[in-house]
Ligand binder design. Structure first.
Ligand SMILES: Cc1cc2nc3c(=O)[nH]c(=O)nc-3n(C[C@H](O)[C@H](O)[C@H](O)COP(=O)(O)O)c2cc1C
Length: 328
C-alpha cells in the first residue's frame, strides 16, 4: 500500500492509520489526545458529553468540546437516551465543526446505563434504530457508534445492534468486546468483534485489552477489523501509537514526552489546574519505574510546574521499566 493510501474511510473521510486513542472520560482531553495524535493515533475522539449538557450546561463541558485543526479527523462523542434531545444536541455539536459524531452505546456507569443511555441502549434495539435514523437524517456529517457486546451474557445484542447500525446509515461501528455487566473485568471477546466484522460492510474498529504494540496486528488479524482503539494501555504508553512498547522507549523520549504533555496541559488549562490534572498521567508514566513511595508522593504534590520539573530532573529514569509492558 502506498503511504498516502487511506487505511479506510468513515463515510467520505479518509483515515490514515489503523490504531487510535479510545475516548476516555477524564483522560482523552485535548492535551492527551493531541499528544497521542502526534505519536500516530489515527483519529481523535473527545470524551463523551451528555445531550442535556450540550443544550443547557454548555459552560460545564466547554473544555471537552475544544479541539484543534491538527487533530482532524476528529469525532465528538455524545450520549443520551432520547432521540429528539440527541438530535438538538447533535445539531449544535455539528456547528462546532467535528468531522463526525460518535454515539456512546457502551458506558457501563449506573447513572448513565440504568437510565437507558450508554450501554443501556443495548437493551433497547428499537430505540437505537430510532436514534440513529433521526441523527443520520438530521446531520450532514457521518454518524458512528461505539458499543459493547450487550448488557450481560443473557442479553448479547451486538449482532442485532450491528445490523441496525449499518441499516440506519451509520458510517462505522467500534466494538469493545465486553458486556456492560463485565465492566472492565475478565477478557475482551475478540471472536465477537470478528463476528461483527463479518456481519456488516461498514468499517469496524476493534477494542479491548490491547496491551502491546504487537497486539494491534494480532487483533486486526484475528477479527478482520479496519483499525483498533487503545484505551488504558495508552495512558501509560502513548508511544504504542508509534508501535513501541514501554521497554523500547528511551529515557530521553520518556522525559521529552512527559514535558511535552505537561506543557500542553499548562497551555490548555492554565498553570495551576494544568499541573493538578497532569498528576494522574505522571503517575502512569512513572509507574513502571516503581519509584520509592516518598519520591513519588513528593513529585505528585509539587505545587508549581517549575518545582515539578526540577524534581523530575533529580529522579533517575533509567530506561528499564520494572514491568514488561508498563501497563497499570
Ligand atoms: C477511565 C475510562 C474512561 C472511559 N470513558 C469512555 C468514554 O467517555 N467513552 C467511551 O466510549 N468509552 C470510554 N471508556 C471505554 C474505553 O474507550 C475502552 O472502550 C475500554 O477502556 C476498553 O479498551 P482498553 O482495554 O484498551 O482500555 C473509558 C474507559 C476508561 C478506563
Amino acid at each position: 500500500m502506498k503511504p498516502d493510501t487511506p487505511s479506510f474511510h468513515i463515510g467520505p473521510i479518509p483515515i490514515h492509520g489503523d490504531a487510535l486513542l479510545s475516548p476516555m472520560d477524564g483522560y482523552s482531553d485535548w492535551p492527551f489526545r493531541s499528544l497521542c495524535r502526534g505519536l500516530g493515533s489515527a483519529i481523535s475522539y473527545t470524551e463523551f458529553v451528555k445531550a442535556e449538557d450540550v443544550l443547557n450546561r454548555r459552560e460545564k463541558i466547554a473544555d471537552k468540546l475544544r479541539f484543534t485543526e491538527d487533530e482532524r479527523p476528529l469525532a465528538i462523542q455524545l450520549y443520551g437516551d432520547d432521540a429528539q434531545t440527541m438530535r438538538e444536541a447533535a445539531l449544535r455539536l455539528q456547528d462546532l465543526g467535528p468531522d463526525f459524531l460518535d454515539i456512546n452505546m457502551g458506558c457501563p456507569a449506573k447513572t448513565i446505563a440504568n437510565r437507558g443511555a450508554g450501554s443501556g441502549l443495548l437493551r433497547t434495539p428499537v430505540k437505537v434504530a430510532r436514534i440513529l435514523r433521526v441523527l443520520t437524517t438530521a446531520l450532514a456529517i457521518p454518524v458512528t457508534v461505539k458499543i459493547r457486546l450487550g448488557w450481560d451474557d443473557d442479553c448479547l445484542t451486538y449482532p442485532l445492534i450491528a445490523r441496525i447500525t449499518e441499516a440506519e446509515g451509520a458510517a462505522l461501528i467500534a466494538v469493545h468486546g465486553r458486556t456492560k455487566v463485565q465492566g472492565y473485568g475478565g477478557q475482551a471477546n475478540w471472536d465477537a468483534i470478528a463476528e461483527v466484522a463479518q456481519i456488516v460492510n461498514i468499517p469496524v474498529i476493534g477494542n479491548g485489552d490491547i496491551k502491546t504494540a504487537a497486539d494491534i496486528e494480532t487483533l486486526k488479524e484475528h477479527t478482520g477489523c479496519a483499525a483498533v482503539m487503545i484505551g488504558r494501555a495508552a495512558i501509560s504508553n502513548p508511544w504504542i501509537f508509534a508501535r513501541l512498547d514501554r521497554t523500547e522507549v528511551s529515557p530521553e523520549q520518556i522525559r521529552s514526552t512527559l514535558l511535552d504533555h505537561l506543557e500542553r496541559n499548562l497551555q490548555f488549562y492554565g498553570s495551576a489546574r494544568g499541573l493538578i490534572l497532569f498528576r494522574k498521567y505522571a503517575a502512569h508514566y512513572l509507574a513502571p519505574y516503581r519509584l520509592p513511595r516518598e519520591t513519588r508522593q513528593k513529585l505528585l504534590t509539587r505545587e508549581t510546574p517549575a518545582e515539578f520539573v526540577a524534581l523530575l530532573d533529580e529522579i533517575e529514569i533509567d530506561g528499564r521499566p520494572k514491568t514488561e509492558d508498563g501497563n497499570f
